[in-house]
Design a protein around this ligand. Structure first.
Ligand code: FES
Ligand SMILES: [Fe+2]
Length: 394
């Protein structure tokens, strides 16, 4: 068993990377084509301009736009405070949406296209508690109901088709979540949100020029740690990754648990951990909820717990919104900026690496070579392929 030492503990993003022990690297035995997932995938339409190369191997589509199963999932798209009251435009899976808050505070979402002459509603304004189209001033209230057609003679009924088709929206963890279709998936459950001993720390949304599949693959992978996170962690780390057991984690996540001894010698690390021991022992888990959510948990012997939710939302096949949320049961004295600054820097290292990768991650597991250390990310990819195979509404 080897001991892994890290330059600081203030980096929950490394939860994807950490592991105790040793193990050899061998060919992963089950990454081949799975007959269960090998066929029956519907053909989908490409509807964005920037990326045309469809990756298809053994019947498995790797592109995200148009995947019917993804339409029924929830995606974080903004901070709640970003829509106060709006309008706010966002693109998910190649389609544009507008969000706004009605006068009484309710959140609304609809396709970002006015039913009159298809102007982008997100470029309108809030007026009289309604979303006002920038072209002819039609106004839309709660649920997308058309409340006013300014050109119409007073008393004229609003055409039934003038109302917007509302899109499912929820607010949780300080984030706005959007489901483009009929909801079938779930928003990850973080029970610490309801625990007054924990505080939640939010970060701004970022746009990453990389596929959400590559982002999630990265968050389930820890073998990149000694190569990608050298600037933030400072030290070259153990590269050998021991065998991992995937299983069901609490709260509906699937992943693995492990323990690690971490270096705590830097000022930045001691500020965030609130402890001055040189080495701290911590129990950790890393797991996913489909399609693109990863949770890492860190528990210190001091009782401090640090929960990290890493989230990717596909803007299209090769662009994503990235966000992460932290929950901590500390004494709330460490400024949020101190905690987030280091984590944001680690995220920037992942981003710099990932944006060098072209296109989407192949869903055909035989199209990339995986080794034992890839077991968690391969497990996630197999689950995603199974989800995509379910299809959904057209
Ligand atoms: S296009 Fe929106 S009001 Fe005419
Ligand atoms: Fe990383």
């Amino acid at each position: 068993m080897s001991i892994w030492l890290f330059s600081t503990l203030s980096r929950p993003l490394i939860a994807e990377c950490l592991l105790a022990g040793t193990g050899g690297v061998s060919l992963f035995p089950f990454y081949g084509q799975d007959p269960e997932h090998g066929g029956g995938f519907p053909v989908f339409r490409e509807n964005h301009a920037g990326y045309h190369r469809r990756m298809r191997a053994n019947g498995v589509s790797s592109t995200l736009v148009g995947q019917l199963a993804l339409g029924g999932q929830w995606y974080p798209i903004a901070l709640s405070e970003d829509i106060a009251p709006g309008p706010h435009g966002v693109q998910v899976l190649g389609r544009r949406y507008v969000l706004w808050r009605s006068e009484e505070g309710s959140l609304n979402a609809a396709p970002d296209r006015c039913p009159h002459r298809q102007a982008p509603l997100s470029e309108g304004r809030m007026a009289g508690g309604c979303l006002e189209c920038p072209y002819h001033g039609w106004r839309f209230g709660a649920g997308g109901r058309c409340e006013l057609v300014p050109s119409a003679v007073p008393g004229t009924p609003v055409p039934p088709k003038a109302h917007l088709n509302a899109v499912s929206i929820e607010e949780r963890y300080g984030l706005v979540w959007l489901c483009p279709g009929t909801p079938r998936g779930r928003i990850p459950e973080i029970p610490q949100e309801r625990n007054p001993e924990f505080r939640r720390l939010n970060t701004p949304f970022q746009h990453w020029a990389v596929s959400s599949t590559r982002i999630t693959d990265n968050f389930m992978d820890f073998s990149h740690f000694p190569f990608v996170h050298t600037a933030t962690f400072g030290l070259a780390q153990e590269t050998v990754v021991p065998p991992l057991e995937m299983g069901d984690l609490p709260d509906g996540f699937r992943g693995y648990a492990y323990e690690v001894n971490a270096n705590n010698t830097t000022d930045a690390g001691q500020t965030v951990t609130g402890q001055d021991d040189d080495v701290l022992h911590r129990r950790m888990t890393t797991g996913y909820v489909l399609p693109f959510s990863v949770r890492s948990t860190i528990a210190y012997e001091s009782g401090l717990e640090h929960i990290l939710l890493l989230l990717a939302t596909p803007v299209d096949d090769v662009n994503s919104l990235f966000n992460f949320v932290v929950w901590r049961n500390d004494d709330f004295l460490v400024p949020a900026e101190e905690i987030m600054k280091f984590d944001l820097a680690i995220g920037a290292e992942d981003r710099a690496m990932l944006e060098k990768l072209e296109g989407v991650l192949p869903m055909d597991l035989t199209a990339t070579v995986s080794v034992q250390s890839d077991r968690p990310s391969v497990d996630w990819r197999r689950s995603l392929v199974a989800l995509l195979a379910e299809g959904g509404e057209g």
